[in-house]
Ligand binder design. Sequence first.
Ligand SMILES: Cc1ncc(COP(=O)(O)O)c(C=O)c1O
Length: 343
Amino acid sequence: MPLKKAMVDWDSLGFNFLETRSMYSANCNVGEDWENGSLIPFGNIELSPAAVVLNYGQGVFEGTKAFQTCDERIVLFRIDQNARRLAWSTERLCIPKVKPDFFINAVFETVKDNLDFVPPYGKGSMYIRPIVWGVSPALGVGPAIDYRFMIYVSPVGPYFKGNLKFLNLKIETNFHRAASKGIGNAKAIGNYSASLFPLAKAKKEGFDEVIYLDSVSEDRIEEIGSANLFVYHDGILKTPKVSGSILKGVTRDSVCKISSDILGMKVEETDVFLKDLFEAKEVFCTGTAVQITPVGRISYKNKVYKYYDGNLGPITKKIKETLTKIQRGEMNDPFGWLSPVSV
Ligand SMILES: Cc1ncc(COP(=O)(O)O)c(C=O)c1O
């Protein structure tokens, strides 16, 4: 029997927020463990204007997805990896550590209660957004004494508009996303506020996103504001090695494993210099929201580098197809990445 679905226009989904039935909520005081969360109807929340998150940015989040597979299962993709990253992000921001078991259980509960909002097979996915923040009021800078954890979900389609979008990127020479020993390797809300101004400026100039350089020597690429980067050249697939300023993407790790273990390619997590990028045959970015999106053009100072000949590059195509097939249950799941939520 086909799965029951909510009243949503599945064919026109973009990456916009659509309200669903319920959200998960839990509270925790400093020195305690996260426990006893529950589902509540989706709705607004109350917050003091003096809350630490609003004044000092003590907040972190996650992003993961549920898919409907070709055999009508609803599955989560590598949820253990998001759990590990949230544990790290909370620790880094002095928030009581959200432990993996609590997190995974909360994600399952939220998705189960909103199962009919998971798009039908091939029509998109359910984006799952866990968030954690410091609630208590404070005037002086310091961590909050009480915290809230919530999860909301939304059915989504493509992140970038257009059927097969080739990104037009600009290498950012005036701003850094994150400092080398900063919070770039945590999914901290402040990283995203730092990226708003360069992104808005780039969009005005006709670009889709910006590529950030390392903040020390400015000769190595790091990532774009919402995704990791890969370059392919001379039989080697390279991605910047993770550091204090680069987010350890779940999709990035999946692409490395698919490319080396399934496709038999040479993969290097290493320094990726501007020269590597300019010489590359194919460039693409990876993330839960963007999936695998090819890069068509990159501008650096007054020069434009083109990677687009009208078709998706063969390496990008193979990797993208393999990842999509695993997520949709169209091929076996050799790494055990899928966790069934339903049926
Ligand atoms: C800054 C940044 N880099 C990389 C990624 C990709 O990470 P993941 O593949 O886990 O979604 C994201 C977000 O999703 C991000 O916000």
